[in-house]
Design a protein around this ligand. Structure first.
Ligand SMILES: Nc1ncnc2c1ncn2[C@@H]1O[C@H](COP(=O)(O)OP(=O)(O)OP(=O)(O)O)[C@@H](O)[C@H]1O
Ligand SMILES: [Mg+2]
Length: 262
């Protein structure tokens, strides 16, 4: 099978020279979306929340308020396989608060991180289906930092059986985060709060593994800058994150409410 450049995620694709609407009968489409209503396939297992599944460079709304961030993301996405697979270069997308938006929320950080993930998934799948790269595991994963922290904490709560079940879940998540080529860790660190020593050790182990094994790249989003990150996660983790990412600040108004009324 020869893949057209537009195949995978396109609305239409060419099958034997004929333009067709992309659906589950198209192999690349089924590979990405599964065959039941689009919630399966690689797309489903990547964990990208529904609201961010259509995030792409072409609809990234940040150019006006954050032109520098937009330029960095354009460059990264244009060469996403090279940045992730060869350079193992991640991104730290953080808020730059101001008087009108003191917590720097709703500035487009998660939208940008998921746009990168979505483009990576497309390009990575194309490379695999063209026979240029192997694919043995799910190549991209979106995880909320609180989800990881809650999964860790759940191991110490409830009955013995509940704790055992929680441990199995946590170790499976931890293993996936360690080995997946592109990981988005969303909303890492909370202002004015310090993580527990036990969780700090876990997070350090994960990030140290990711930064030393050269398996891919990690994209972090956060409402705090590097200095505050140290206060929340400790110096060891902050310096690991600093060493594995390019820092990109996001300023401007909170667009979340506006977007609800569009
Ligand atoms: N500059 C912008 N212009 C218009 N809409 C935007 C802009 N930035 C973000 N949005 C919209 O605002 C909503 C929230 O964006 P997003 O979740 O990416 O923000 P965030 O920076 O991750 O926020 P938080 O810090 O709360 O996690 C989305 O619907 C997104 O499309
Ligand atoms: Mg966010």
């Amino acid at each position: 099978m020869t893949l057209e450049k537009s195949c995978v995620f396109a609305d239409t694709c060419k099958v034997a020279g004929q333009e067709e609407h992309c659906n589950f009968t198209c192999y690349p489409h089924a590979f990405m979306h599964g065959i039941e209503g689009g919630s399966g396939g690689l797309w489903g297992t990547s964990g990208v929340p529904k609201a961010y599944k259509s995030s792409r460079l072409s609809n990234l709304p940040i150019k006006e308020e954050n032109p520098k961030a937009h330029a960095v993301l354009t460059k990264y996405i244009d060469n996403v396989l090279m940045f992730v697979m060869e350079k193992n270069a991640g991104l730290f997308l953080y808020s730059v608060p101001d008087a009108d938006n003191p917590f720097g929320t709703g500035t487009g950080k998660t939208t940008s991180a998921t746009a990168v993930l979505n483009h990576f998934l497309i390009e990575r799948t194309r490379a695999y289906l063209r026979g240029e790269m192997e694919m043995n595991e799910n190549p991209a994963l979106f995880v909320k930092a609180t989800e990881l922290q809650n999964a860790f904490n759940a191991q110490f709560r409830g009955t013995r059986q509940m704790q055992e079940d929680a441990s199995i879940k946590y170790y499976s998540l931890k293993k996936n985060i360690k080995k997946t080529e592109l990981v988005v860790l969303d909303d890492i660190a909370t202002r004015n709060s310090r993580i527990s020593e036990a969780f700090e050790d876990e997070l350090y182990e994960i990030l140290d593994y990711r930064s030393s094994q050269e398996t891919g790249a990690t994209i972090f989003t956060s409402n705090v800058n590097m200095e505050e990150l140290s206060k929340s996660l400790g110096d060891r983790i902050a310096s690991r994150i600093a060493g594995m990412t390019v820092k990109v600040g996001f300023k401007g108004q909170d667009n979340r409410l506006d977007s609800l009324f569009k």
